[in-house]
Design a protein around this ligand. Structure first.
Ligand code: GLA
Length: 700
């Protein structure tokens, strides 16, 4: 059996200091009679199988044709290679030429059924990550059914750790949930066919003392965009088991002889430098090895999106005006959002009919592309390729192309149905339709939306004993489409979206380097949402727009400076009516865009650190600092004016303690040491939702 001993700070040697002392436990089933005190119930394991006396949740479960579950997987051998294990057809951590990687593969076999299990552990140079996944191979002569296949399992001892997960809704993504771990099983996940804003695939275990700046964290994220779960089990002996993988509900995979099932990869990050330390590891790993290398470090254009400006009311003349005005203000890309195709004037029609609406755009989109080119900016467009409207030509011609359970009428969500991406011809239709469109209209950017969760998870073409493969097959179909399109058009910037951050995960981020983080553009709510998203994603991956005041979602009036600061802290764009601006507003935007361009290098490539949490404080603060630690910007948002507050003291642990810094606005100098250990006092401001911006340059 493969036992788990330790996962934490680097050790040079390990002699088994923390091994479980053999103790007789009534009810424990000894694994073998020669060693009666050895029972899986009290051991920490690397992977667990059912019916062997463990009694906790197994991480893999395979049923044979005779109905029996495989019960005796035994260690066979291991191999170490100098490459990463790449799971076929799934998004993954990439190889790079600059840095080395190693993979340990551990092989198990059940000699009765001849089902094999391989556990993969990869490590990469200069990173605190372990990348885990599992493969189940049917080497027998009969089919078997994989009923559960976790990507990773970690057993450890309960030492009062706390659990961090996210919960959320549409317009309220990445809400932090930190709690004590009680006896029993706590789990979060999604059975919605998307990773979801409800419970995205992330969990972290930390000590009660862990803060943003110090303490131990063990974090988990799945590189997957479909149904998933993470469970945390604290048993009666105070063992803690954390398991992460594809959700077991509605999942069962038939494996014919010689077939293999590969789980998605789970990323395990260890940090003893608090939650910011964990985030730095995620950010670095994703920039170096998850996002497409073509885009990961590339400057992104400042875009203006038409949605909150026009909604469905787009037209050639309006967009021509928008493009010209956008170019004058300093934008670099105009995005035509929903409403440009079929006969779409609201959400009730035309998804699937990706032909230009002739009434709104009588000359096609060429005039817009030409106008953008003449004005020296780029042009991009919105698609929702995975969907079909009942009111569409596509539905008239292909009634069997959407998800549906035989004779049952499928449920609508936002008036639409989901295409059955398990069918190869449906995948091909999407690939060809988008390729043809791009060849006709060479856009620079595509926003890929997905605006409903799934019901009726079935394909008319899946056999009876493969019905529960639907959700995972859908993801494999989607990943194939994204792989083909992004390979065919590597110069197009793809932005991921699902009613905002409804499918903001590491899987989608493999194909699309940036994600529309939330349909909520209110800068007060966005502080919380972006603060949460930054636990895992770097600023370049999180898109944020300056929108109108009063805000369309909340009606709040937030000062321009705050809206600009919140958006500038991520991958910045705008979506507001630029055709009806006062001259003062125009000036504000021109100044903001030109200042942003000067700071873009820092804002984009700098290290992002959270300083003051809106989840626990009245205020919210974060900073971005360059690698040399010579230049930093701090955004301090006052969320609620407190009459009794004199000033706030903000410690800034991420500057260089040996340097001296000058604060740009006040001209005052401070030593790094002082900023780290004493903190800087921030005077409170009256009024609604102000921001205080501090800019530090190293004193020369
Ligand atoms: C979703 C997106 C929005 C916008 C609309 C268009 O809600 O998140 O940004 O594109 O769809 O219908």
């Amino acid at each position: 059996m493969l036992l788990h001993r330790y996962w934490g700070k680097n050790l040079h040697n390990y002699y088994g200091a923390n091994c479980v002392q053999p103790v007789k436990r009534t009810f424990a089933a000894p694994y073998n009679q020669q060693n009666p005190l050895f029972s899986l119930e009290i051991e920490s394991q690397e992977f667990s199988f059912p019916h062997q006396g463990d009694y906790r949740e197994p991480s893999v479960s395979v049923r044979q044709q005779n109905g029996c579950t495989i019960g005796r997987m035994k260690y066979q051998y291991y191999e170490i290679t100098d490459t990463l294990h790449i799971p076929e057809g799934l998004p993954h951590i990439r190889e790079t030429e600059q840095k080395t990687a190693k993979t340990l593969a551990i092989h198990f076999l059940d000699t009765i059924s001849n089902v094999k299990l391989i556990l993969y552990y990869s490590i990469v140079e200069d990173s605190a990550v372990i990348i885990r996944s599992a493969q189940i191979c049917n080497q027998g002569s009969q089919p078997v059914w994989v009923e559960r296949a976790m990507s990773a399992l970690v057993d450890t001892t309960y030492q009062k750790q706390q659990l961090i997960t996210f919960y959320g809704t549409h317009q309220k993504e990445f809400q932090l949930n930190r709690q004590d771990i009680k006896h029993g099983i706590f789990s979060v996940g999604s059975t919605r066919g998307a990773s979801s804003p409800q419970y995205p695939p992330f969990a972290a275990i930390c000590t009660p003392e862990t803060t943003e700046h110090s303490g131990e964290v063990h974090a988990f994220q799945l590189i997957y965009s479909g149904n998933h779960c993470v469970s945390v089990e604290r048993n009666q002996y105070n063992h803690l088991r954390i398991a992460m993988g594809i959700h077991t509900e509605d999942f069962c995979w038939k494996l014919l002889p010689n077939e293999t099932f590969q789980t998605p990869q789970a990323i395990l990050i260890y940090s003893n430098e608090g939650l910011n330390g964990m985030s730095q590891e995620f950010h670095k790993l994703y920039i170096e090895r998850l996002f497409s290398p073509q885009w990961a470090k590339k400057k992104r254009p400042i875009l203006l999106n038409s949605w909150e400006m026009c909604y469905f009311d787009v037209s050639e003349q309006r967009m021509l005006n928008v493009i010209q005005q956008a170019a004058k203000l300093g934008f670099e890309l105009v995005v035509l959002d929903d409403g440009w195709f079929g006969h779409r004037n609201n959400s009730k029609s035309s998804l699937g009919d990706w032909t230009v609406n002739a009434e709104k755009f009588p000359n096609g989109l060429t005039p817009l592309l030409k106008c953008a080119e003449e004005n020296g900016i780029q042009f991009g467009i919105w698609f929702e390729p995975e969907m079909i409207s009942p009111d569409s030509v596509l539905m008239e011609t292909h009634t069997d192309w959407h998800m549906q359970i035989n004779d049952y009428t499928p449920l609508l969500g936002r008036n639409q149905l989901v295409l059955d991406l398990t069918q190869q011809k449906v995948q091909n239709y999407i690939i060809e339709t988008l390729s043809d469109f791009i060849k006709k209209y060479p856009v620079s950017y595509i926003k890929w939306d997905m605006n409903r969760h799934m019901t009726d998870p079935n394909s008319l073409y899946l056999s009876e004993d493969s019905k529960e493969e639907f959700f995972h097959r859908y993801m494999l179909g989607l990943y194939r489409i994204l792989q083909e399109l992004t390979m065919q058009f590597p110069d197009i910037l793809f932005e991921n979206c699902s009613s905002g951050g409804g499918r903001f995960d590491a899987g989608m981020s493999f194909y699309m380097p940036q994600t529309w983080c939330s349909d909520n553009t209110d800068a007060l709510d966005r502080q919380i949402i972006q603060y949460g998203a930054s636990y895992v994603f770097p600023p370049s991956a999180i898109t944020a727009h300056v929108s109108a005041a009063p805000n369309h979602q909340t009606g709040r009036n937030i000062p321009f400076a705050t809206r600009a600061a919140v958006a500038s802290s991520a991958n910045m764009g705008y979506e507001l009516n630029i055709l009806e601006l006062s001259s003062e507003e125009k000036e504000q935007i021109i100044t903001h865009l030109s200042e942003y361009k000067q700071k873009r290098e820092l804002l984009f490539y700098g290290e992002f650190y959270r300083l003051c949490s809106p989840f626990t404080d009245n205020n919210c603060a974060w900073m971005i600092i360059n690698q040399e630690k010579t230049y930093a910007i701090i955004y301090y948002f006052i969320r609620e004016y407190a009459v009794s507050a004199l000033s706030y003291i903000l410690k800034i642990p991420y500057v260089d303690y040996q340097k001296v810094y000058v604060e740009k606005n006040t001209g005052r100098s401070f030593t790094g040491e002082e900023l780290i250990y004493v903190g800087i006092s921030i005077s409170t401001l009256k009024g609604d939702f102000p921001v205080i911006v501090l800019e530090f340059n190293e004193k020369k």
